[in-house]
Design a protein around this ligand. Structure first.
Ligand code: PLP
Length: 469
């Protein structure tokens, strides 16, 4: 493709994306296709001859779009939002156009230095202390794995330089609440701790980790010769946005000599609002922290901000230094290849830069406040509705609810699962059912970029309608 052909095809594609975004509300939120339906639209054999790219716009519309669940739809209330702002779309285009591989400072100095700048902006925006240093990881899952690897190496005084965990005499344990995201357990397993040493610490009635239960679990382990290695505290749990009590947890972790990692994947964005910061009071005691600008903030997937208190330790754990990767300026600059697992790195800092330039901190703050207000409104509606129960506090933007009419004869869990299924199948909105402590509930997670009050009213009406029928 020549640059001129690219110009033509690119303009057509940008127009298509702009049209898609403007008619998004006309689509069912959740894709309605059956398994295999999209695949069946494509030939088994690849094209033998090349053809102009513009020819793909038709099939993109006809064959791909039906298989898309519209995460940027204003009636998307499932999971947590993954907002792909149009500024982020353009940033991804710029990154692909520049085609830079930002593994080391030298392989594209702007990639490294802009990442330092925007992560420092972000740190200031959420008021993290000056001694946290940031790096972009692809996802919170990877970031938590990095944190647990760092914890493992700190506790074992660099077992990786000897026989690894295989030769450690005493096992190491990781602690997280029974409401922590599955990525924590996955990271612990991948980091070699073993399922037998991953503790699900009991949570309280607000679904937050109980610091006394953490202390007991650590003491029980210590009595059996198991070393406490890492505590993962969740600020904004996935099911209910529960907030683990950081000051008490940090104190228990400190006394046990354990690493404290904070998973604020969703809630981190809320901390750009000063009024939300009490929710993560005590965060300054963490050894590491992750939050996802690719969720609520809107950079577009994938962009996860990882902050480390001791970046030198991170580099010691992650760094490999074969001759072919050595560059001038070693020691003088950051080589982000040594700050995470992959060697190759895209120019993701552009997404934060573009988004922050276009929205400004104030623009983002206004949107987050709008979502918090909408969640409070919905919580009020649920509280006032006689046949509905709100199942958890609403510190952020997720409202957990359950239909509980007094005269119900069928199984209440099945009834609520069916309500969610009906709403999703209708295409009117997309919500996620979840089971918390054995109880089936429906999560309404507000925060898509385009969601305003009328959309929240619509999902509430759709839930009530589904419950009636
Ligand atoms: N942690 C929490 C609290 C989450 O809610 C999620 C996903 O929703 C994750 C971690 C995993 O995020 P990622 O997809 O970036 O790995």
């Amino acid at each position: 493709m020549t640059p001129d052909e690219f110009r033509r095809a690119g303009r057509a594609l940008i127009d298509w994306i702009a049209d898609y975004r403007s008619r998004m509300e006309s689509f069912p939120v959740m894709s309605q296709v059956k398994p295999g339906e999209i695949r069946a639209r494509f030939p088994a054999e690849p094209p033998q001859e090349g053809a102009p790219l513009e020819e793909l716009l038709g099939p993109l519309e006809r064959d791909v779009l039906p298989g898309i669940t519209h995460w940027n739809h204003p009636r998307f209330f499932a999971y947590f939002p993954s907002n792909g702002s149009l500024a982020g779309v353009l940033a991804d285009l710029a990154a692909a156009g520049l085609g830079a591989q930002c593994m080391s400072w030298q392989t594209s100095p702007a990639g490294t230095e802009l990442e330092e700048v925007v992560l420092d902006w972000l740190r200031r925006m959420v008021a993290l202390p000056d001694d946290f240093t940031g790096v972009i990881q692809d996802t919170a899952s990877s970031a938590t794995l990095v944190a647990l690897l760092c914890a493992r190496e700190r506790t074992t005084h660099f077992s990786q330089a000897r026989g690894g965990l295989c030769e450690e005499t005493a096992p190491l344990a990781v602690y997280a609440s029974d409401q922590a995201h599955s990525s924590v357990e996955k990271a612990a397993l991948l980091a070699g701790f073993g399922r037998a040493h991953v503790r699900a610490v009991a949570s309280d009635e607000a679904n937050a980790m109980r610091a006394d239960a953490l202390e007991q679990a650590i003491a029980a382990d210590a009595a059996r010769g198991v070393r406490p290695c890492a505590v993962v505290a969740t600020v904004g749990s996935t099911a209910t946005t529960a907030m683990d009590p950081l000051p008490a947890i940090a104190e228990v972790a400190r006394r046990a000599g354990a690493w404290l990692h904070v998973d604020a994947a969703m809630a981190g964005t809320a901390m750009i609002l000063p009024e939300c910061r009490p929710l993560w009071q005590g965060v300054e005691a963490a050894d590491s922290l992750v939050f996802n600008p690719h969720k609520w903030m809107g950079t577009g997937f994938d962009c996860s901000a990882y902050y480390a208190r001791d970046p030198q330790h991170l580099v010691r754990v992650m760094s490999t230094n074969p001759s072919y990767l050595r560059t001038a300026h070693e020691g003088e600059v950051k080589n982000f290849r040594d700050w995470g697992i992959p060697l190759g790195r895209r120019f993701r800092a552009l997404k934060l830069w573009f988004l922050l330039h276009e929205q400004g901190v104030k623009g983002l703050q206004a949107r987050i406040r709008r979502d918090l207000e909408n969640a409070r409104w919905l919580a009020g509606q649920v509280d006032a509705a006689p046949d509905w129960r709100r199942m958890a506090p609403v510190p952020l933007q997720t409202v957990c609810l359950r239909h509980l009419p007094p005269d119900i004869s069928e199984d209440v869990d099945a009834h609520n699962l069916e309500i969610a299924r009906r709403v999703n199948a209708s295409g009117a909105a997309y919500v996620t059912p979840a089971v918390v402590k054995g109880v089936q509930l429906i999560r309404v997670s507000i925060g898509a970029e385009g969601t305003v009050r009328s959309h929240v009213e619509q999902v509430w009406a759709a839930l009530q309608q589904a419950a009636r029928t």
